[in-house]
Write a protein of this length. Structure first.
Length: 280
């Protein structure tokens, strides 16, 4: 009975929308209206649509490229902030600042910085004697650019979580390894890292799900272009649902995104379990 309010809230906020989205994906729609039941026809179309497969690959590249840099960067900054430094409060405030900026504002900021004609980045490039770089017009550079913008926007989140976890490491353990003559690397490997593993797993799962579902940053910076090089599944679902008004197919794409979320989340959990069992 005590848990019932929380359970009902989870059902209302999470479970019902998921089930309703799946129900919508089984229908042919006209704007926001369900017209007729078509079963798995939308899923069959999804499997035949090459743009969906390309968007899936783009989503994985965008997610993995961001996670691979964001997690080590957040951890390194957390280790730095965990030490007694001068003006530590000011440094923390500066490093946390990107996290309070919305995706839309961050996208506009990076678009302005990289703008070929008036952007300060290209101005500095020209001063150094090189030609302008059209960061958002080249397919390869565009994906790299949105990943870099995403890393800048989201690295404070793992940094804060890792910093909180570091504060939970008992001081007695640090004192014990110092008496044993252990260096910084041995202290990190045998004392700090085991305490950080649960937090690291949770952080990797959270940021992975965030990146798979991210729309505003990519859509405002590139619109999914050029040549669909940055069109992720989330961006494509947004376009199909609210620009083409194909709500049924958009819900089908949403179901695919949900499946990817579950697969990556379960994979991370299984990896940690295998590490705990001593396989690695």
């Amino acid at each position: 009975m005590f848990a019932l309010p929380a359970v009902l809230l989870v059902i209302l906020v999470y479970l019902y929308p998921i089930l309703y989205a799946f129900w919508v994906s089984l229908h042919q729609t006209r704007f926001l209206q369900l017209e007729r039941f078509v079963g798995l026809a939308n899923y069959a179309e999804l499997l035949r649509d090459r743009t969906v497969w390309r968007a899936t690959i783009n989503s994985i590249i965008y997610m993995m490229g961001s996670v691979i840099v964001t997690i080590p960067l957040g951890l390194g900054l957390a280790l730095m902030l965990n030490r007694p430094l001068p003006l530590i409060g000011v440094i923390r405030g500066i490093l946390i600042a990107p996290w309070v900026i919305s995706q839309a504002v961050a996208a506009l900021l990076w678009t302005w910085l990289l703008e070929p004609s008036l952007g300060p980045v290209n101005y500095l490039i020209e001063l150094s004697g090189h030609r302008k770089v059209f960061f958002l017009a080249d397919p390869l550079l565009a994906m790299l650019t949105v990943i870099v913008a995403n890393i800048w926007l989201s690295y404070p989140f793992p940094m804060i979580l890792f910093l909180a976890a570091l504060r939970g490491v008992p001081v007695e353990l640090y004192e014990a390894v110092q008496l044993d003559g252990a260096g910084r690397w041995a202290t990190f490997r045998h004392i700090v890292f085991p305490f950080l593993q649960p937090t690291m797993l949770s952080t990797v799962i959270l940021v992975s799900l965030l990146y798979l579902n991210m729309v505003a940053l990519v859509y405002i910076m590139t619109g999914g272009g050029p040549l669909a090089a940055t069109e992720t599944l989330a961006v494509q679902a947004f376009k199909r649902s609210f620009m083409e008004f194909r709500i049924g197919f958009g819900a089908t794409l949403g179901t695919l995104i949900l499946v990817l979320n579950v697969v990556f989340g379960a994979g991370y959990i299984r990896l940690l379990q295998r590490q705990d069992e001593g396989i690695y």
